[in-house]
Design a protein around this ligand. Structure first.
Ligand SMILES: [Zn+2]
Length: 512
């Protein structure tokens, strides 16, 4: 029987702290529901005292999600803990995550305190939290740089005070894997009551070692890992969920497992990336665009014969659609045929040779060949329904009814419309509705200033509903009306893309 490793996801707390990545409550709830389906054990939903938005998010996630434990972050401050417990009121299973600095840097320069005083505060906070909620996790902030004997004392004290989980974070991403592993081993061997709590590890990626340090933590006794989707988080980010899950799955001989349904990783990774506007680097392990892409002819042929030749993880295992054989001028007939079949084109050997010639000529010109190119190559037509903004004019003020005239470019044709509304944004969106002649309803509208001050850039997140499907749009502009129009058009373009994709599908399968 392998040991279970508890997955504590902090995408919505540590991940969301990244500037520009802030999510609305609705978006957070949507991600939390997906995290539940993914099978995480704990969702850290926010830092309730930090803002009314965070409080609301923790509360709404507590209502919407029932399987995982919902966790709220606090400092070792009674007010924080009270507010967190209140935000967690509706959670089926709630946890308070409280803590304090444990390194001398933090003790001296952050708290202007002494080791003894810090231990006292830690005990008080833990006891206070335990009086409100049974499940209390304590973080020893900056444990990566803390004196190990003092750290052991702190861990022992908070367990004695009632902590059920103790988090040993490498807050600054400083540790080497071996040293971090040794730290965990030291605690396992020197803290007399360590068996009364689960040790958790929370690593940051400042030196690119978050995953390695987390694995070292597990190998030395940690049974909970604190991770984020795509490794997003402060500075260089947190340990990435997908990497830890797939390492434990690939190396079964290590004797650990998680309850994550790995097939759901890829779609959730895309969702988080899209909602947070954080693109995933192409060569990111597990979820990057190129993580399963084989582009050389020899590799492609080898993979098509037997995946194990070049793949240690099957793309399907993490939910990556199996179309990662990239077509370039170096691809062979096998790869071309594979993609044609995937698109629904079944061709005879001689025809394939003919198409292959055309394909090579095209691939010489274009660097890589996309589905659209293949469909054209097979005689299909692409309808480009991409919509562009040509012009937006608004009239507003305290003595006129707000109105807007919007001009759009759709399939080479300029179309304009004018509409009124209860404000310039509303009028602009109504004008767009008139042009596209589709019933689109705005579900969510979130405006944020990118930085402080009135002259700065605003960003707008939108969620629209069209025939029961949800689409997200995002826009940035110095003018908030323009940012809104951009976000709306971005969402509409996704709809148009979706329709286009469906058309392709029909056309491609028809030739079977
Ligand atoms: Zn962190």
């Amino acid at each position: 029987m392998s040991d279970k490793i508890y997955v504590f996801d902090t995408t919505l707390r540590d991940g969301e702290q990244v500037p520009g990545c802030q999510l609305s409550t609705g978006e957070k709830v949507e991600i939390a529901k997906e995290l539940e389906l993914l099978g995480v054990d704990v969702i850290e939903a926010g830092f309730p005292i930090s803002s009314p938005g965070d409080f609301q998010s923790v509360r709404e996630i507590s209502k919407a999600v029932s399987e995982p434990i919902i966790c709220g972050l606090t400092r070792s401050v009674e007010k924080d803990i009270e507010v967190a417990a209140d935000a967690l009121k509706y959670a089926k299973r709630a946890r308070i995550h409280t803590g304090i600095g444990s390194s001398d840097f933090h003790i001296k320069y952050k708290f202007n305190s002494t080791r003894d005083q810090i231990i006292e505060r830690a005990i008080r906070a833990t006891k206070f939290a335990r009086n409100l909620i049974d499940d209390v996790e304590f973080y020893c902030e900056d444990a990566g740089r803390a004196d190990i004997e003092f750290l052991a004392r702190m861990v022992e004290s908070v367990i004695a005070a009632g902590a059920t989980v103790v988090n040993i974070p490498d807050t600054t991403g400083y540790c080497l894997p071996e040293d971090f592993g040794n730290k965990i081993a030291y605690l396992m061997n020197h803290v007399p009551n360590i068996d009364k709590a689960i040790i958790s590890v929370h690593c940051h990626n400042d030196l690119g070692m978050a995953t390695a340090n987390t694995i070292a933590g597990i190998q030395n006794g940690a049974r909970q890992v604190e991770v984020t989707m795509n490794g997003i988080g402060e500075r260089a980010g947190n340990t990435s969920l997908e990497e830890i899950v797939m390492i434990l799955k690939t190396h079964k001989q290590m004797g650990y497992h998680t309850d994550i349904d790995s097939k759901k990783i890829y779609l959730l990774s895309l969702l988080v990336s899209k909602m947070m506007r954080m693109p995933i680097q192409a060569n990111k392990a597990i979820v990057g665009r190129n993580a399963f892409a084989h582009s050389s002819g020899i590799h492609q042929d080898g993979v098509l014969k037997n995946k194990d030749n070049y793949e240690i993880i099957a793309p399907e295992d993490v939910g990556v659609p199996n179309n990662s054989i990239i077509l370039t001028a170096r691809s062979g007939k096998a790869a071309l045929n594979y993609h044609l079949k995937r698109l629904g084109y079944y061709v005879e050997k001689e025809t394939l040779a003919e198409i292959y010639h055309k394909f090579l000529a095209l691939a010489d010109k274009n660097k890589d060949i996309k589905d659209e190119d293949l469909i054209k190559l097979m005689g299909g037509k692409i309808v480009d329904s991409h919509i562009e903004i040509v012009d937006v004019k608004v009239i507003c003020g305290n003595s006129v009814e707000p109105s807007a005239t919007v001009e759009l470019l759709i399939q080479g044709e300029k179309i304009a419309a004018t509409a009124t509304g209860n404000g310039p944004i509303n009028a602009s969106l109504r004008a767009i509705d008139k042009i596209i002649k589709e019933k689109v309803s705005l579900d969510e509208f979130l405006v944020q200033a990118m930085s402080k001050g009135s002259s700065d850039t605003g960003k707008v997140h939108m969620r629209v509903d069209h025939k029961g499907f949800m689409y997200y749009g995002f826009g940035v502009d110095e003018d908030i009306v323009m940012a809104s129009v951009k976000a709306y058009i971005a969402a509409i373009n996704k709809m148009a893309f979706f329709k286009k994709a469906k058309k392709h599908h029909v056309r491609a399968t028809a030739t079977k």
